[in-house]
Design a binder for this molecule. Sequence first.
Ligand SMILES: [Zn+2]
Length: 312
Amino acid sequence: MTQDTLQKFIFENAAVRGELVDISATWREVQARHSYPAPVKRLLGEMVAAAALLSANLKFNGSIIMQIHGDGPVRLLVVECDSDLKLRATAKLNDEAIADDATLTTLLNQHGKGRFIITLDPAEKVPGQQPYQGIVPLDGEDVATVIEHYMLRSEQLDTRLWLAADDNVSRGLLLQKLPLHGGKAEAAPITHEEALETWNRAVVLGTTLKRDELLETTIDVLMKRLFWEETIRVFDPVHPAFHCTCTREKVGNMLKMLGQEEVEAALEEQGRLGINCDFCGKHYDYDAVDCAQLFASDAPAEALLHASDTKQ
Ligand SMILES: [Zn+2]
């Protein structure tokens, strides 16, 4: 079986960078414990490719969490990918029928209340540091357009994306116009006109790429087919893989956030709490003693803190 692969490249005069990504095994792993309707699968698969493409350029050790919150039959699509391209993804659906020809708009933005959210979460935060979060309306008819608008408005980066996913594969192409100043000390100086020309030519080549072609063609073939006339520097490939970051501690924190009353009511009803991770399906089991410990563990520390406060 071939590895999932992300290939970065740069146009010779360093005006444009590109990436092609080919995700099969990881994408099948994401779908393994769910049976999503085809239009949901397509959107989530496109987000998986997009998250990998954006994560490959992260300038810190951490993760990108990309979410679309919907106001229609789909409540949430979420993909999390770290700078090593370890990723996980899931969808939450309402109990509504989904037509085969459903679109991003009919699934997630029926009343214009859909939201696209990108969170940049560094692995090592300084005390008090919050993850960076950008929230924008769902401005676009497909995942690629929504992200392109976000990148231009929030990051001031000209970015073009071509994404496609079916049951077996999630593939994508990213092109990004690089700012001329900074970060290109070793490259020969080029003018704004030359840079713009390279960018426009790259985008025209990308635009020839149709969805079916993207689904049916491996990325090394795509690279040659699209850019054979260009002088391109290709970097060592990197490999996206499925990885879930769930832990018993995180599930415990989620139960704490629900609150003691809610948890005790659920225990009363069911005897014990069984929680399955939405991303990987792993099962976590909490009985009455486990739950009591969750809510007891904070109490002594808090009491101590207050006791020492009053002494001073
Ligand atoms: Zn998990």
